[in-house]
Design a protein around this ligand. Structure first.
Ligand code: B16
Ligand code: MG
Length: 218
């Protein structure tokens, strides 16, 4: 059967979590409270809107109007865009091109499955846009991970059966989304955190081509 390969963006292809962190921290500080790196972990794979809700309700415990909420959504994104404006290919995580190149050489369909609404410009900045046959991101889905919508849509666009798709993810919600789509889930990051994944690697330097070859064959 024809296989499809689906990649999450943040934490898998590039480390944009640090820029999201800076933008959320700036907003929190302006509102008069702290936002720690540990708290930022909760934001991985989570939509912008949901992140702001968590920041205001659970972390800052602030009162606000709908207008405030909308304004802070825009402000956070403008700050984030400023932080990523100088991103380039040096920010691609180690050995990601090794895997993408191998898949391309073997004519494997490749999709992006991300919660971010900024996915396309980021891929463009780091020069990886040409690798992707389909891009499904925060602009195309109505239900966030752990809902499988983002990955099912990616499979559909690649014209590959869900069960023949392989997903690379760094967030727990993303692994759950891949599993409920009945796809093969590969956790990138802490094995203890991503224990629901079918395979675990700390990063792409641990993934050898033999492993990818086996995924293509089986
Ligand atoms: P944006 P991923 C996710 O990307 C990030 O992990 C998460 O921290 C962020 O809030 C979300 O994108 C939305 O991003 O504000 O750019 O729309 O890991 O699903 O690629
Ligand atoms: Mg991610």
């Amino acid at each position: 059967n024809k296989k499809g390969f689906i990649f999450d963006l943040d934490g898998v292809i590039v480390d944009t979590a640090k820029y999201h962190y800076l933008a959320w921290k700036k907003l929190a500080n302006e509102l008069g409270f702290e936002f720690t790196k540990e708290q930022n972990e909760l934001f991985k794979g989570v939509s912008r809107k949901r992140c702001l809700e968590i920041l205001l309700h659970d972390i800052g415990k602030v009162n606000y109007t709908q207008d405030d909420f909308d304004r802070w959504m825009i402000e956070k994104n403008e700050d984030y865009l400023a932080f990523i404006s100088n991103m380039n290919d040096s920010e691609i995580l180690p050995d990601v091109p090794k895997v993408l190149n191998y898949l391309k050489e073997n004519k494997m369909p490749i999709a992006l499955g991300s919660a971010s609404k900024n996915a396309k410009p980021i891929l463009e900045k780091v020069g990886l846009l040409p690798y992707f046959d389909a891009i499904v991101d925060g602009n195309n889905v109505t239900k966030a991970k752990p809902d499988p919508e983002v990955f099912l849509l990616a499979a559909k666009q690649l014209k590959v059966d869900a069960k023949d798709c392989i997903v690379f993810e760094d967030a727990v919600a993303g692994i759950q989304a891949a599993n409920s789509a009945k796809m093969i889930s590969i956790g990138i990051g802490d094995k203890n955190v991503l224990s629901e994944a079918q395979f675990n690697f700390n990063d792409f330097t641990e993934i050898n081509i033999k492993f990818i070859e086996e995924l293509i064959k089986n």
